[in-house]
Design a protein around this ligand. Sequence first.
Ligand code: ASP
Ligand code: MG
Length: 422
Amino acid sequence: MTGLIVQKYGGTSVGTTERIKNVAQRIAEVQRTGKDVMVVVSAMAGETDKLLAMAREFSDHPQHREIDLLLSSGERISAALLTIALNALGCQAVSMTGRQIGLVTDSSHTRARIKHIDASRAKELLNNKHVVVVAGFQGINEQGDVTTLGRGGSDTSAVAVAVALGAERCEIYTDVDGVYTADPNMVADARKLDVVYYEEMLEMASLGAKVLQIRCVEVAKKYKMPLVVRSSYNNEEGTLICEENPSMERPQVSGIMYQKNQSKVTVRGVPDEPGIAAGIFDALAEAAISVDMIIQNVSAEGHADISFTLDTDHLVEAMEVMKKTAHQFKPENLISDSNIAKISIVGEGMRSHSGIASVMFRTLSNENINILMISTSEIRVSCIIESKYTELAVRALHDAFALKTAPTDMDAKAKAEQTKAL
Ligand code: ASP
Ligand code: MG
């Protein structure tokens, strides 16, 4: 639908009835300009966690099917309340659950994937000048059971709905002004980025940027749906997330990311022969533990050390798996270290510039920070360091890549180009 805007409001934006009123006013204003508006909401802040905690009072392993029905109620509450608030302002609005919006998923309860959306009813309502308010995060499977899309899944609902209805863009309203060059709580001169490319945002989301669910960015990229991340508390422009524009010059590095909740496991002195790594990582995969970085060093005496990193949440379990399977690969030693952090630099500009990794390594070395592991992609370099140096590393890198100033207003130019295209 031409002229349709999808707006998604996160949990804090609808966290109180007062805030819901504020959101209703914003929506009513957009509608007054003649645009069609579709809204997707999250549960009120804290609601999903509260419901989960209640379920855990009964069981450590509640059935995922029941969790989905339980959690989907959070989004229904905010959708219905916002709709009531809109109607009270004289703005015609109708709320819809995942089922009513025709959002069909697979059957992987608590982390379902969207299969298709039949939005014909929503389309009709929009054509009759109603605002449609959708409960995010939920759908139904082919049997008609309620499913949810994983934590933060309302972002993905919003993009999927925007794609299904051919919206011109999808705006994600949250409690920050957009995507920053670094965590503004850590780096005082972190700068809001005007434009971030899908690829960069995918890296950032996987490196711990909580501003968007990674699935949401994947869907937006696949269907080239422009995303705008902005605050629901002010009228700042926010960050546009869009396709890369090869004719625009990009800074070498767009952002510095960090993840503290990381641990390293080292399996020391295993035989240097075929099948050892396979055995170790098969055992971990079987326990559904995902690992991040892996390195292997080979020593002269036919032995090797294998180290890998993972989320600290899975460390205890991973160590148990290693101990259980140790008889297969007879390590001399099994060590874990949870005092590590992963520091990453991300930037589309890395594709066309060389020497960026070495600037990163040099910067860390100037601060006397030892690098324990390194991994790279085409547009990212990550280093594992001791976690006590996290802030120092992030600040030093932010300075080294001169991120506090937009070099030549490249961002602004890129944005002007992209907005023309919308
Ligand atoms: N309410 C869900 C959560 O807290 C989904 C969302 O907010 O996007 O994860
Ligand atoms: Mg969220």
